[in-house]
Design a protein around this ligand. Structure first.
Ligand code: ADP
Length: 189
């Protein structure tokens, strides 16, 4: 199973990705988590991405594509993955196509949630998890970036009939059940 989750910050991608990866026994690949670990470790990658992340801006397509290519080359990703946070731009979507050439089709799930609920969830997360980019002004920037750079991907995948849109404004287990149903019905490229 090669699943890509797309949705605005706070839509529940991370929660769903964790649950689905566990159920399907494939890795949950979160580019946000990989980048946050790099920042925390003080690596060269971390230094390169720290500023863009704290402003809610995107990290460059080159860095992201290299990072994902490297992660997909790991043994545990050979049978499948749940990708959370990539692609986020059309360029990244083209790069993913190249990476998937030998692997087969991907399924893409869009998770929707109203903006006021997103802001509510993220301000709660800021308190619980201490993520600096959940600060209100940064959240607004992340939402702007989502609408500008990432939401065009939805049309890109819809044209290929690889996309299903799911209402994320419900209990997590209901969302998981619906994603599972849709994916098992066989959405794919
Ligand atoms: P969310 O989806 O809640 O906004 P993530 O944890 O997925 O948060 O990402 C946090 C930050 O990491 C983003 O705001 C961005 O700076 C950076 N990032 C993660 N994935 C990508 C990507 N594919 N392209 C560019 N930047 C990324």
């Amino acid at each position: 199973m090669h699943l890509v989750l797309i949705g605005p910050p706070g839509c529940g991608k991370g929660t769903q990705a964790t649950r689905l990866a566990l159920a399907w026994n494939v890795p949950h690949i979160s580019t946000g988590d990989i980048l946050r670990r790099a920042v925390a470790s003080g690596s060269m990658l971390g230094d390169a991405v720290r500023d863009s992340m704290s402003r809610g801006e995107l990290v460059s397509d080159e860095i992201m594509t290299d990072l994902v290519a490297e992660r997909l080359a790991d043994l545990d990703a050979t049978t499948g993955f749940v990708l959370d946070g990539f692609p986020r731009t059309i360029e990244q979507a083209y790069a993913l196509d190249v990476l998937m050439e030998e692997r087969g089709p991907i399924a893409v799930v869009e998770l929707t949630t109203p903006d006021d609920e997103l802001v509510r969830r993220l301000s709660r997360r800021r308190i619980v998890e201490g993520r600096e980019d959940d600060d209100e002004s940064v959240v607004r920037e992340r939402l702007r970036v989502y609408h500008r750079a990432t939401s065009p991907l939805l049309e890109f995948y819809r044209r290929r009939q690889a996309l299903v849109t799911i209402d994320g404004h419900r209990a997590p287990e209901e969302v998981t059940a619906e994603i599972t149903r849709e994916v098992e019905r066989g959405i794919h490229v």
